[in-house]
Design a protein around this ligand. Structure first.
Ligand code: NI
Length: 135
């Protein structure tokens, strides 16, 4: 099997906040990410597709098609957006990196023309990485 990775980056604002909790409790749980006036991150997204190379093209997936699919279904909806207010697929969900990973998986899993989605990896900072494989 060949694992194909396409890397994309985007910048977005968010606030980690659960309305069930008081402001003080939110701050205790979520720290700086609970700032009521928002803040941003520069996210790095990696989408990994697995499969066998097609004998006629040598490709598991045409990477320029993969790039276009990620741009259309993910990047256009999150880049320079407020994830709490403007991103339809994050409505009602706490925009933790874990939850963003799961949401991106759901957006992409049935959109690939060949190969299978293997993992969605998302880094919120240089030091924090998250990965979802659909189960
Ligand atoms: Ni944050």
């Amino acid at each position: 099997m060949i694992y194909v990775t396409r890397r994309e980056t985007f910048s977005a604002a968010h606030r980690l906040y659960n309305p069930k909790f008081s402001n003080q409790e939110n701050e205790k749980i979520f720290g700086k990410c609970s700032n009521p006036n928002w803040h941003g991150h520069n996210y790095t997204l990696e989408v990994i597709v697995v499969g066998q190379p097609n004998p006629e093209t040598g490709f598991v997936i045409n990477i320029s098609e993969l790039k276009a699919i990620i741009k259309e279904h993910v990047i256009s909806k999150v880049d320079h957006k407020n994830l709490n207010l403007e991103t339809d697929f994050m409505k009602g969900v706490i925009p933790s990196t874990e939850n963003i990973c799961i949401a991106i998986w759901k957006l992409l899993v049935d959109k690939l023309p060949s190969g299978k989605l293997y993992a969605v990896k998302l880094a919120e900072t240089e030091n924090n990485f998250f990965e979802y494989r659909g189960d």
